[in-house]
Ligand binder design. Structure first.
Ligand SMILES: Cc1c(C(=O)c2nccn2C)oc2cccc(OCCCNCc3cccnc3)c12
Length: 403
């Protein structure tokens, strides 16, 4: 396991971008300029990933980009765009943010690549490989040689693959928009009853995470994450950014809130657990009644449930963790429902297999493949059972969650 290419230095890398065909020009998007942020927002909301039947399209908000593109150490030069020379219209985008990854026992200074988007009318012009080469060049110039990225499509050699899963929160709306279907043996009311959640959460001491919790939660999180083989290491600033976001702005406008983080404070005032989820709605294409699908995505979590066991992977420790996570994640679904989300999405990564079936998550029809650029690693299990069921617990070794 380890780097694929020989060690290089930035001065070996060209300081000029690759040539672009026709009336296209490279640009660097300044996402602190609301107008340029709007260009990215419009490009992705009209041209980014859709589901297979083109029923839904990701609806990234401006707040989401401010959160995901401006994490600590972010560089404007790594927000790469292609514009039409004559009109300055943004027709392609790709981004990188710096991250510290751990792949088994190796720490790898990397970037995470995300939001690769080419305008629908420019598909098939081989623009994607050129975008990837250009972002690679700009990152290499900063002496970073590795990258993590995900894709719904199969590309050469994924390091891991996880399955999409969904927990309906508002079954009737999901049914109305065609996301979920009525099983032959059930009625509408039976399906609604099946997915109805309690009014209130049940975990004693559960409350929103606050700035004063950060150090304690980061310590709990680092202990928990040590169980996985592919993780992102967060320093203090990164931890604050990813779990508290730039919350002051959303205090005024709750509907634009992106990241939701909660802690469990036990009787003697210690933090025993935490979990988080982010909001990333779908635009519903051609539906007269519903315009948007509210979606919560499970993000990171940690628990001390297994800490008292010498072997954290023993059946006893696993049972204790399973019981704790089932209570926590059921509360996460309740909080997501209260935040007007219609479905709660999770992958089969982390220890999710412990609660997916008990909490009525159903397998989705999508897979998320994880790729490492310029780094060879033995495959890391993504928690997928070979068949559709989750009958036996199949834990995963993927501890990184990509937006
Ligand atoms: C996308 C997505 C979906 C859906 O497509 C979906 N949910 C409700 C209705 N639909 C059609 O369901 C998921 C469950 C877990 C994690 C996920 O995504 C994890 C993060 C994905 N990152 C962005 C991305 C999207 C597609 C391909 N590559 C990257 C998803």
């Amino acid at each position: 396991e380890g780097p694929i290419d020989r060690k290089k230095t930035p001065d070996e890398i060209s300081d000029q971008p690759l040539p672009l065909l026709g009336d296209f020009e490279w640009c660097t998007v300044d996402v602190t300029d609301q107008k340029q942020l709007e260009d990215v927002f419009l490009l992705l909301n009209e041209n980014y990933v859709e589901d297979r039947d083109a029923t839904f399209r990701f609806k990234y908000t401006r707040e989401f980009f401010n959160w995901s593109l401006r994490s600590p150490g972010w560089k404007q030069d790594w927000h790469v765009g292609v514009r039409v020379g004559s009109t300055k219209k943004l027709v392609a985008f790709i981004s990188a943010i710096p991250v510290n990854l751990r792949v088994r026992d190796n720490t790898v200074r990397s970037v995470e690549i995300n939001f690769l988007c080419v305008h629908k009318q420019l598909r098939g012009k081989r623009l994607t490989p050129v975008m990837i080469k250009e972002i690679t060049r700009r990152v290499n110039r900063c002496d970073i040689w590795y990258a993590l990225y995900t894709s719904g499509t199969i590309l050469p050699s994924p390091v891991s693959v996880c399955r999409y899963t969904h927990r309906p929160l508002n079954w009737s709306k999901l049914h109305d928009v065609g996301f979920t279907h009525m099983p032959s043996h059930a009625t509408r009311n039976q399906m609604i009853a099946k997915y109805t959640l309690p009014k209130a959460t049940s975990t004693e001491g559960l409350r929103p995470m606050e700035e004063k919790d950060l150090d304690e939660v980061r310590l709990l999180f680092e202990k928990y994450q040590s169980r996985f083989d592919l993780v992102q290491n967060f320093d203090e600033a990164e931890f604050k950014h990813w779990f508290l976001g730039n919350d002051e702005k959303t205090a005024s406008n709750p509907s634009s809130k992106v990241i939701y983080s909660y802690v469990v404070e036990n009787q003697n005032g210690q933090i025993s657990d935490f979990f988080s989820f982010y909001s990333l709605p779908f635009t519903i294409l051609n539906n007269s009644v519903h315009k948007e699908l509210g979606i919560g995505y499970l993000f990171y979590y940690a628990s001390d449930a297994d800490l008292e066991y010498a072997d954290r992977f023993s059946p006893e420790a696993t049972a204790a963790l399973k019981e704790r996570l089932c209570g926590l994640m059921n509360d996460a679904c309740i909080l997501a429902r209260d935040a007007k989300m219609d479905v709660f999405n999770a992958l089969t990564s982390q220890d999710n297999a412990l609660f997916l079936e008990p909490l009525k998550f159903g397998p989705g029809d999508g897979f998320l493949n994880f790729y490492l650029f310029n780094y060879r690693a033995f495959p890391i299990t993504g928690g997928i059972k070979d068949d559709k069921s989750y009958d036996t617990v199949k834990r995963s070794n993927v501890g990184v969650v990509m937006l």
